[in-house]
Design a protein around this ligand. Structure first.
Ligand code: ZN
Ligand code: ZN
Length: 244
């Protein structure tokens, strides 16, 4: 499994970069996890829009779905200039009917529902979901292929349930929108201590801090996390890859 960070920023992208987006690849299959602002531009450093096989969306905040419309345009334009493309499935929570419907631009993209209590198979990946604590309905995901597992918290404040959900994951991509002295409970976000505490209890391999804040000194997030977690800690960065 190879994971490439397309967008490490929370809320909105820094200049020339992107908000939430991760390319997850295995066995020649290209899965995009979240499609925030600027993700389509970043994606094209690695793949053309035609090469994408599926998309899965955690929730309907703009920093996670802003580029869905231009992804549709990309598929449409490439189809019109003669490339035969299958409909691109975009897996998403169906509870918000208007938002869910907006993902479909058939025959170029099509929204497909996932459910928290059902395992989803996409290409070589099996995906399970966990509802998070966030101002809008949002789902964390655990993605496994035959050898490797990664967990992405999406957006959430601290929840004890992440420990079981992330148990022994090789890679734990945890949102870390806040510094250790800040309490994210009301905002629906976590700080570096929250992230590392979960990583430690869940016994994950690598902790990747992401959904980064636009203020402060980012290295402090990493330094704080290392106090609570003995494994590898990395700060998400545009183009950073992880492979096992
Ligand atoms: Zn977000
Ligand atoms: Zn959000």
């Amino acid at each position: 499994m190879k994971v490439t960070v397309l967008g490490p920023w929370g809320g909105y992208p820094k200049v020339g970069e992107a908000s939430a987006g991760y390319l997850v690849q295995s066995d020649g299959f290209n899965l995009l996890v979240d499609c925030g602002s600027g993700v389509l531009a970043q994606l094209q450093h690695y793949l053309s829009v035609e090469e994408l096989n599926a998309v899965v969306i955690s929730h309907y905040h703009p920093d996670h779905i802003a580029d869905i419309g231009v992804l549709y345009h990309g598929r449409l334009i490439q189809s019109k200039i003669g490339k035969e493309l299958p409909e691109l499935p975009i897996y998403a929570p169906p509870h918000d009917k208007a938002e869910f419907k907006r993902l479909s631009h058939e025959p170029y993209t099509v929204a497909k529902p996932y459910k928290e209590d059902e395992e989803l198979t996409i290409g070589p990946f099996t995906i399970t979901f966990l509802k998070t604590k966030h101002p809008v309905t949002c789902f964390a995901m655990r993605i496994t292929d035959e050898q490797t597992s990664m967990v992405f918290t999406a957006d959430s404040s601290y929840m004890k349930e992440f420990e079981a959900f992330a148990r022994d994951a090789d890679l734990f991509i945890c949102e870390c929108n806040l510094y250790s002295h800040m309490d994210g409970t009301a905002m629906g976000h976590m700080n570096s201590t929250d992230a590392a505490t979960i990583a430690n209890s869940a016994n994950v391999g690598t902790l990747m801090l992401t959904h980064l804040p636009h203020f402060g000194v980012l290295e402090e997030l990493e330094d704080d996390a290392k106090k609570y977690f003995d494994g590898e800690v990395v700060l998400a960065k545009s183009g950073l890859t992880w492979e096992r």
